[in-house]
Design a protein around this ligand. Structure first.
Ligand SMILES: [Zn+2]
Length: 130
């Protein structure tokens, strides 16, 4: 029996930790491979705390999803602020017409959906509103 995903991925989700290549500075999140995809250096990673803010690099609006999801649902690829990292995620508290490339967002740890009576949690993004 494996550990629950929330526990298994605590460092990824709650601590927002990524891996940074010591050779070129490339930041990998949520997973990384032994070989840096940018420079090819082997196994030279350090753990870094990622920023909780970033900008939408690109996005789509999902209109047709399983019943567990509320639609329309914006999904985006977000470039996190330094030290960096590129993350794919759902947006919350966001109207489709608000979405644009460059939209400033912040990480929000939320429930994604229910699976067999368990809430599945992960990071989402929401616009930074001032
Ligand atoms: Zn590298």
């Amino acid at each position: 029996m494996s550990t629950p995903p929330l526990w298994r991925e605590t460092n990824i989700n709650l601590k927002l930790e990524g891996k940074k290549c010591k050779s070129c500075g490339y930041v990998s999140y949520p997973e990384y491979h032994k070989i840096c995809v940018k420079c090819g250096t082997v196994d030279q990673w350090e753990t870094v705390k990622l920023a909780k803010t970033g900008s939408v690099m690109t996005y789509i609006i999902q209109h047709y999803l399983p019943a567990a999801f509320e639609t329309p649902l914006p999904l985006a690829i977000v470039d996190l602020d330094p030290p960096g990292g590129r993350v794919y995620g759902m947006l919350t508290e966001t109207k489709p017409e608000e979405m644009k490339v460059g939209l400033r967002v912040e990480v929000d740890f939320r429930e994604i959906y229910y699976d067999r009576g368990l809430g599945i949690h992960s990071i989402k993004f929401k616009p930074i509103r001032e």
